[in-house]
Design a protein around this ligand. Structure first.
Ligand code: NDP
Ligand code: MG
Ligand code: MG
Length: 340
């Protein structure tokens, strides 16, 4: 088994008396900043003027331009949207970077795919909670934490890994357990997971099931419940007890259907396609297409998003959720189910 690091493995001293600049104050940024501050670490925020700036000030932080924050910090954690990071890094962070500073990320994409090329004289590391920012903050205030990953890209000081571990402790991740990975592994598995299983695979499965029932003449409302709404119950059971725990709770008929039909749906062809998806990630093909898509003002992204939002399952779902106050309630916390 891989080694799991906990609070006792981390050296707090490494961040004491140091200044951490959190660049960005969104989902991850607000959680890292508040947890580090509550862990006794000196935190400043780097932002542009706007909504997040006002929020960070309201939350009691000293807020600066990205350049000013990076300039005064010992450790710079970049928590901007991944697609905007290269521009902000090149224009505002790179010019002030100096020897002895640490450059941190919560996702390896830009470094691994060379959209950001850090200079040879700074430590470069990753510290990423395996969960959305609002959960990272909430669990911390409850005395717990969300598990995390650390990785080192470049170790100039010989302390990069220990600083990453101290950072992971500061945000509460080492209360739950921290695994060491590499920028490459974190980036490739993150992209694969969200494309093949968590987001892409799942939404396609749900839509195909819904469409099959509706095209066969069943009521869309009933199809929605069967193919989307009930997913949450199943996923919660899997989260708590793995596949076995989930199967323990469903009926034997459901379990028999699971055994005989699952492999007919996700068959060898689908698995072969997953391997191709992984190859496109590993080769940089996916990254290049996404980078070009952003450079072309997201022509495909935006039109696909519009069409997806017009799907019958969305129309039916919105009406049904309106009738279920308990579902609407948790929608207010919809960031809590966002994946990175
Ligand atoms: P968000 O979109 O939630 O937040 C982005 C922040 O960046 C906002 O505060 C925004 O402020 C600010 N910002 C945007 N553009 C600029 C700019 N030009 N100059 C200064 N500030 C700017 O991002 P996330 O927290 O989701 O993601 C941050 C990083 O964390 C990414 O690398 C992501 O991959 C990683 N990550 C995210 C997870 C998640 O669950 N969301 C999980 C694990 C890792 P404004 O209000 O002004 O727009
Ligand atoms: Mg059923
Ligand atoms: Mg991701």
């Amino acid at each position: 088994m891989t080694k799991v690091y906990y609070n006792g493995d981390a050296n707090d001293q490494l961040l004491q008396g140091k200044k951490v600049a959190i660049i960005g104050y969104g989902s991850q940024g607000h959680a890292h900043a508040q947890n580090l501050r509550d862990s006794g670490i000196d935190v400043v925020i780097g932002l542009r003027q706007g909504k997040s700036w006002d929020q960070a000030v309201e939350d009691g932080f000293n807020v600066y331009s990205v350049r000013e924050a990076a300039d005064q910090a010992d450790l710079i954690m970049i928590l901007l949207p991944d697609e905007l990071q290269p521009k902000v890094y090149n224009e505002e962070i790179a010019p002030v970077l100096r020897e002895g500073q640490s450059l941190f990320f919560a996702h390896g994409f830009n470094v691994h795919f060379t959209q950001i090329v850090p200079p040879s004289y700074v430590d470069v590391a990753l510290a990423a909670p395996k969960g959305p920012g609002h959960l990272v903050r909430r669990t911390y205030t409850e005395g717990a934490g969300v598990p995390g990953l650390i990785a080192v890209w470049q170790d100039v000081t010989g302390q990069a890994k220990d600083v990453a571990l101290a950072y992971a402790k500061g945000i509460g991740a080492a209360r739950a357990g921290v695994l060491e990975t590499t920028f490459q592994e974190e980036t490739e598995t993150d992209l694969f997971g969200e494309q093949a299983v968590l987001c892409g695979g799942l939404t396609a499965l749900v839509k195909a099931g819904f469409e099959t029932l509706v095209e066969a003449g069943y009521q869309p409302e009933v199809a929605y419940f069967e193919c989307l709404h009930e997913l949450k119950l199943i996923v919660d059971l899997m989260y708590e007890g793995g596949l076995e725990g989930m199967r323990y709770s469903i009926s034997d008929t459901a379990q028999w259907g699971d055994f005989v039909t699952g492999p007919r749906i996700v068959d060898e062809r689908v698995k072969g396609e997953m391997k191709k998806v992984l190859e496109d990630i590993q080769s940089g093909k996916f990254a290049r297409e996404w980078i070009l898509e952003n450079q072309s003002n997201r022509a495909v992204f935006n039109s696909t998003n519009r069409r997806e939002n017009e799907h019958l399952i969305e129309e039916v779902g919105a009406k049904l959720r309106d009738m279920m106050p308990f579902v609407k309630q948790s929608q207010k916390r919809k960031e809590a189910v966002m994946t990175s």
